[in-house]
Structure formats: C-alpha cells, structure tokens
Design a protein around this ligand. Structure first.
Ligand SMILES: [Zn+2]
Length: 369
C-alpha cells in the first residue's frame, strides 16, 4: 500500500471457501479481519460511550460523511481536532462517501457527470456533492479510511441505467483519487455494476488497475434478493486483488465465506433500541410477556453489562420507557456481533469456516441488512 501507516496481511485462508483472516494496520491501530464496524452515523454509536463500544470488542467504527457534512459541518469537526478528537474514539474510523445516502436519504437527487445535486433531508436546502468535495469533506473529518463517491442505483434497473452509473462510478473513482491530498488516509474504491456479472468484473478490474488500497462491493442492499447478492459477490470478489481489504455494507456470514473482510450494519444497534436481542439460540423479543419473570441473562456466557441482569429486568426497562434498556441491549448486540466475528476468525484459522457458517446460519439467519 502506498499510504503512510497502512498495511494489510492475510494470516489464514480457509481451505474450503474464500474466507480469510488477516490484519489491517491503520494510523490509529490494527484491526483483526474479518471485522465488524459498529455504525456511528452522527459520530456516535447511538446510546453508547466510546468506552462501551470498545468494551464490546469493536476495533474500528464507521461514521457518515453525508450526515456530518450537513450537521455540524466538516469545518466544525476539523476545528475540534478531527473525528477522533471530536467523538473520543482513538481507534480506526472509516467514513463512507455519501453516495449511498444520496440514493437512500437525500431528496430530489439529480446526478450529472460533474456532481450530485440534492436537497438536505434535514432542512430541504439545495446542496451539491462531487467526487472532489466528498474527498475534501473526508480529509477534513480526518478518518483513517475514506470512500470514493459512487453512483448508486435502485435495483431492479434497466441495463443501460446500471451501465451508465457504473461507468460514472469509474470516472468518479479516478477524480477522487486525483483529489486526494492526505497521505495518512486510505481511499477505498467502490465496485458497482448492479446484478450484471460482466459489468461487475469489468468495474472491479478497472478499479484494480487504478491501484486503490482497498475495495468496497457497493450497490447492494438496494432491492435485490440475498441469492442475487451472493451471485454478485461470487463474481466480484475473485476479480479484486488478494492483497487488499474488501468491504461490504450488510450481510456477514455468507459474505465472509466469499472473501469479504470488513463489514458494517445498523442491525445490532437499531434492533437493540427496539428491544430485540441477538443470542446464539436465536433472537429474543424482550417485549414478549414470556420474559416478564425470566431470571436468566440474555446469554449466560456473555461478558457484557446487559448480561449481568435478568431478562425480566431488561424487559421492565423497555416497558417503563427507561433509556437504560436501549443502551444495554445495544451493548449486548454489539458484543454478540464481535463475539461472532471472533469465533469466525478462529474457525477460519482452524480451516473450519464452512461448517461454522452453516451451523450459525441455521441458528441465526444471515444477520445482514
Ligand atoms: Zn450480553
């Protein structure tokens, strides 16, 4: 890699799948891969202190460029010392580029070759985001890993629409790379191409020629089925270089099987706020009356702060509208994800990932978006 303070090493490869474990070194510390990044949309993992996030086992978190550019604005974050000082997290931070939010959250988004123009979902103001501006915002935020701005389309879409967005994503990747001025930030590219395997492979190959320090598989979780997503991963990941990390928003266990290293997902915290706890035996919906006098913790072997309490107490917190309920169950769910990833890394190192993933998927489902 050509950026200062970064390195990526594969330390074990599962013999029966593309799953691999490795280490990703950044200027703010190392991350064991495959890794799950809690989502800190507004420079906070909702409801949790950074010490609690750290205690869950997380090594790297994600923050959202779109949200932080709108509020408080990247100049404020920079004046307060950059994202690490701003939110108090001293480990690695990844920022997305805003491409997905332009697609999913902004209003009246129109995309030209030059830039995206959209209305803020907060106050309706007309705003612009270009590849150069997305890099400049992320450089001001001073995340460790930044993402290029990509053109995301909803699926299903006409082939011509997907092809046009993919070609633009390639041109925007080049512009993003040329706009980069920081050498202590790794800029990852994003592979687009809809559900078209040839387009995916072409996009991955052309981005690889541009030599990015890491690659995301983008344009998924936008209306396709899980089987369609897996087919995209099956063709895209082998077209990416083996010596660079690969990042996906969403699905974990099936994507690890296909060679993805880095994940984020809002499910553990969003579900935690809604009284749904993940356990190895399946989800627990704490509002269910059956847990009213249940003396057991969510999981007997879980070291998190929530699991010092009875399920009946956690349920009571939600029914009473106490803020501690969402906090504790978010913390448990993040701990659950980190323990699952730790076990996955162990299974890969032992060459047993296929059996591990099959068994977990039977109990848990995909744990994706
Ligand atoms: Zn727990």
């Amino acid at each position: 890699m050509h950026c200062a303070g970064f390195a990526f090493h594969v330390v074990a490869q599962d013999p029966a799948s593309a799953a691999r474990c490795g280490t990703f070194h950044t200027p703010h510390g190392a991350v064991d891969l495959p890794a799950f990044m809690p989502v800190g949309t507004q420079a906070t993992v909702k409801g949790l202190t950074v010490d609690q996030v750290r205690a869950s086992g997380a090594q790297m978190i994600l923050a959202n460029t779109y949200h932080l550019a709108l509020r408080p604005g990247e100049a404020v974050v920079r004046s307060l010392g950059g994202l690490h000082a701003f939110c108090g997290w001293d480990g690695p931070i990844l920022t997305d580029s805003g491409g997905f939010q332009l697609f999913s959250l902004a209003r009246n988004t129109s995309i030209t070759e030059e830039k995206a123009v959209f209305r803020s979902h907060i106050d309706g103001n007309l705003l612009e985001l270009s590849p150069e501006r997305a890099v400049a915002i992320q450089e001001a935020l001073a995340s460790d890993v930044a993402m290029v701005l990509d053109h995301v389309v909803a699926l299903p879409a006409e082939p011509a629409v997907v092809r046009d967005a993919t070609q633009r994503t390639l041109r925007w990747a080049r512009r993003s790379q040329q706009a980069q001025t920081r050498s202590d930030q790794a800029l990852f590219a994003i592979v687009q191409g809809g559900l078209d395997p040839e387009l995916r492979v072409e996009c991955a190959r052309r981005l690889t020629e541009m030599d990015f320090p890491g690659y995301a598989i983008g344009g998924l979780s936008v209306g396709e089925t899980p089987a369609e997503m897996y087919r995209v991963l099956d063709v895209t990941v082998p077209a990416l270089p083996e010596d660079r990390p690969r990042y996906l928003m969403g699905d974990l266990l099936e994507a690890i099987r296909r060679g993805v290293d880095l994940f984020d997902c809002v499910l553990p915290t969003r579900n935690g706020r809604n009284a749904l706890a993940f356990t190895a035996a399946g989800p627990i919906r704490l509002r269910n009356v059956r847990y009213a006098d249940d003396p057991r913790p969510l999981e007997a072997d879980c070291p998190c702060a929530a699991c010092r309490h009875a399920r009946g107490y956690l349920r009571h917190l939600f029914l009473a509208g106490e803020m501690l309920g969402p906090i504790l169950v978010s913390l448990h769910n993040l701990t659950f994800y980190q323990r699952l990833l730790s076990a996955a890394r162990g299974a890969i190192a032992n060459g047993e990932y296929t059996a591990f993933a099959d068994e977990k998927l039977r109990c848990l489902g995909s744990l994706g978006t």
